[in-house]
Write a protein that binds this ligand. Structure first.
Ligand code: PLP
Length: 436
């Protein structure tokens, strides 16, 4: 059987069909066309591009200004456009979502001895950004209905060493920002949103990213807004914006009083030009995803055993980076999730089982014996840390979750009908399939 599809590779596989058909790069089949030529793309392909993207890239190429430190204006233009679209005062563009998180943590001068509370239902990069700062990641369990972090579990994980609350808007749907902001205020903690999957998501009408100190976004290749690799920090706090700026470009900054630390996390002019072009189609794509996701949820609610992830009460818009639901095998004659996914795939409905249990993964557990961590925190604290990371709700959720990629939600409405009818058909045959 094929290994389960991860978020990235199951979007990637759909997109490979169009690989080499995008821009006319030297050596590619399209090399004889003009560099600005673009080729037809099919439904499900990702990323999408057209003449606007090609021309934007060519302009940067010919300008000779390829970086923000060599006189380019595109990065600044993108920062202004993204901040305006997301109703934030400041934006610092970065080379990835990970480096957006690292710059935000650098601005907070996060370091050894500091604890950061994060959900286990996230991409490993959220965890890695914390350990890159030698801070201690502490997992707070998930709310099964929404797949988002449970604010009550965040509150329970706070200790005197806690410095930062780091909720993740997983799948592009906002975590409960009312409860988490109130918690941060009440306990005097910084709040940074990992909004890497969530451009255009809204909480009570306000785009995500500014509920606390700031929010971090990713423009990696699978994301709804992409330039291959890229990221951004949004904030309404001028001091924090300056600190992030200087951390991400230590030689070109000097807007703030530095903590003495920093790195080069700059976005290039090519990436910014591509993002500006991609931004022109983001809202139309988001509207299609909104409508299809709402319709698909109506259909799946009618099928016993497929329970769409609930949106938190204050969520006024999801970015729908993923469409997630819980699969209950008992309503499918005991058909395992793996066989369910196989049956869907056989009928052309690609789906993934999503994340595995990050909090108990070998990668995460290795931290307990990492020599730097043992020196910083001590062996008793690291042994206790393993015990602190139990997340029983999440353990169960990772066994039940099913995901569709955001590209599925860009299809015609009739495709949502087809998905639902394929699932209903599998349910009818579930007894036979379970025995086969
Ligand atoms: C929730 C989350 N956090 C962080 C990241 C890291 O972003 P990047 O891959 O751009 O470094 C991602 C990207 O996949 C993500 O999904």
């Amino acid at each position: 059987m094929r290994p389960p599809l991860t978020r990235r590779n199951f979007i990637g596989r759909a997109a490979t069909a169009g690989a080499g058909l995008a821009l006319g790069l030297p050596g590619a089949a399209a090399a004889e066309k003009s560099p600005a030529s673009v080729v037809k793309q099919a439904v499900g392909d990702w990323p999408l591009s057209d003449q606007r993207d090609a021309e934007a890239l060519l302009q940067v190429l010919q300008s000779g200004h390829w970086g923000r430190t060599s006189g380019g204006a595109r990065v600044k233009e993108f920062e202004a456009a993204f901040a305006q679209r997301m109703h934030a005062k400041y934006c610092v563009a970065t080379s990835s979502g990970t480096t957006a998180l690292l710059a935000a943590f650098g601005a907070l001068n996060l370091g050894p001895g500091d604890e950061v509370i994060l959900p286990p239902y996230t991409f490993v990069a959220t965890f890695n950004a914390i350990t890159n700062s030698y801070a201690l990641p502490v997992f707070a369990d998930t709310d099964a209905a929404s797949f988002q972090v449970d604010p009550a579990r965040m509150a329970a994980a706070i200790t005197p060493a806690t410095k930062l609350l780091l909720p993740v808007h997983i799948a592009g749907s906002p975590a409960d920002l009312d409860a988490i902001s109130a918690l941060a205020k009440a306990r005097g903690l910084a709040l940074v949103e990992d909004a890497c999957q969530a451009p255009l998501a809204e909480w009570r009408g306000q785009p995500v990213g500014t509920a606390g100190l700031g929010g971090c976004f990713s423009f990696q290749a699978s994301k709804n807004l992409t330039c291959g690799e890229g990221g951004a920090i949004l904030t309404n706090d001028e001091t924090f914006a300056n600190l992030c700026y200087d951390f991400h470009t230590p030689t070109g900054g000097k807007k703030s009083v530095s903590s003495g630390r920093g790195a080069n996390y700059r976005l290039t002019e090519f990436q910014a030009a591509l993002l500006l072009a991609q931004l022109t189609r983001l809202e139309a794509q988001a509207k299609t995803r909104d409508a299809n996701a709402a319709y698909l949820s109506e259909l799946l609610h009618q099928i016993p055993g497929t329970v769409p992830a609930a949106l938190a009460a204050g969520c006024t818009r999801s970015a729908w980076h993923l469409y997630m639901f819980r699969y209950d095998a008992t309503k499918f004659a005991g058909l395992t999730r793996a066989k369910f996914l196989q049956a869907l795939a056989q009928e052309g409905v690609a789906a993934s089982s999503g994340y595995t249990s990050l909090n108990v993964s070998p990668h995460v557990k290795a931290l307990a014996t990492n020599r730097h961590y043992l020196r910083i925190y001590g062996s008793a604290a690291m042994a206790a840390w393993v015990e602190r990371n139990h997340c029983p709700v999440n353990d169960r959720l990772v066994e039940e979750a099913v995901w569709f990629a955001q590209t599925k939600l860009l299809a015609a409405r009739s495709e949502m009908d087809r998905i639902a009818s394929v699932i209903a058909g599998v349910q009818k045959r579930a007894g036979d399939l379970a025995r086969s």
